[in-house]
Design a protein around this ligand. Structure first.
Ligand SMILES: C[S@@+](CC[C@H](N)C(=O)[O-])C[C@H]1O[C@@H](n2cnc3c(N)ncnc32)[C@H](O)[C@@H]1O
Length: 278
């Protein structure tokens, strides 16, 4: 069953369809429930990121001036954030002159994003939906981005081809997610049990992950599988940025799966920058 809605304010306010809860794939329904539950915990951090002039990325907040993840020429570009959450990455894009659209699977995360749009006076379309099936025509965007959105919570074998479909030839996709090595070194995602200095789990077979005592579903791939998937979907790989925690990083209870001491030695996060072949 599909319902029809208005996709949001501004340029792209055409009617779009999105599936009812009972039609969502199991992992998407589980993640909607989980993110609606977690949304209140992300309001404060979201507000800080909306207020920040300079983007800073990931759990350690590494500044954009050090990582250079965004393209230089965003002005006038059509952009989509896949799993936009509270929407701060799209706000950074809008401040750089791009025309962002945010899609997210959680109604409550989108409520927060709408609150911040009013608070900060930056409006762009926000769409409730699954980044694996985005209701926009082929080649609608110049830039697609996901910081721990679809990049972590959507099935890469669905959302990567979808991102390729949405981008124009020459368009760029940037996504940031947990580092591969860290995934291999985390035994269980529970407090006081952060990544070890010894491998804890196999690389082969790495794909869908449900942590103990959790209902949400994450996706992780070995680098070889990412490369095959990205190239097969029509992307050329430009950069794989292995992110190091800054010297002043402090441990956060929310991210208890890794310590600064670990992340000063190995990449706890990684960003991929890929371009759709012309
Ligand atoms: C950690 S937030 C990332 C967004 C943003 N960087 C932030 O921190 O607010 C993860 C977001 O991904 C969204 N998400 C999970 N699965 C999704 C899917 N299949 N399609 C679209 N959004 C999804 C969740 O609803 C959540 O808002």
């Amino acid at each position: 069953m599909a319902r029809t809605c208005r996709s949001g304010a501004g340029r792209r306010s055409e009617a779009v369809s999105f599936p009812a809860m009972e039609d969502l794939p199991e992992h998407v329904a589980a993640n909607r429930e989980a993110w609606d539950r977690m949304a209140p915990d992300y309001v404060e951090g979201g507000r800080r990121s909306w207020a920040a002039d300079e983007p800073s990325w990931g759990i350690w907040g590494v500044p954009e001036r050090e990582l250079h993840l965004f393209p230089d020429d965003l002005a006038g570009k059509d952009a989509i954030e896949l799993g936009c959450g509270t929407g701060y990455v799209s706000a950074w894009l809008a401040r750089r002159g791009a025309k962002p659209v945010g899609i997210d699977n959680s109604p409550r995360q989108l409520e927060t994003a709408r609150t911040f749009q009013r608070e900060f006076g930056i409006e762009f379309p926000l769409l409730l939906g699954n980044a694996e099936h985005v209701p926009y025509p082929d080649a609608s965007f110049d830039f697609a981005v996901s910081e721990y959105g679809a990049a972590l919570w959507a099935d890469p074998y669905a959302w990567i081809p979808e991102a390729a479909r949405l981008l124009r030839p020459g368009g760029q996709l940037l996504f940031l997610t947990n580092g591969l090595l860290m995934q291999l070194c985390v035994e269980e995602l529970i407090a006081n049990d952060p990544a070890k200095n010894v491998l804890q789990r196999p690389l082969f077979g790495m794909y869908r992950t449900v942590w103990p005592n959790d209902t949400s579903v994450e996706f992780h791939l070995p680098h070889g599988a990412w490369i095959d998937l990205l190239r097969g979907a029509g992307f050329e790989i430009e950069r794989l940025v292995e992110i190091k925690a800054p010297p002043d990083a402090v441990a956060s209870p929310r991210f208890s799966f890794v310590t600064p001491a670990w992340a000063w030695q190995w990449p706890s996060e990684e960003a991929w920058i890929v371009r759709k072949r012309t």
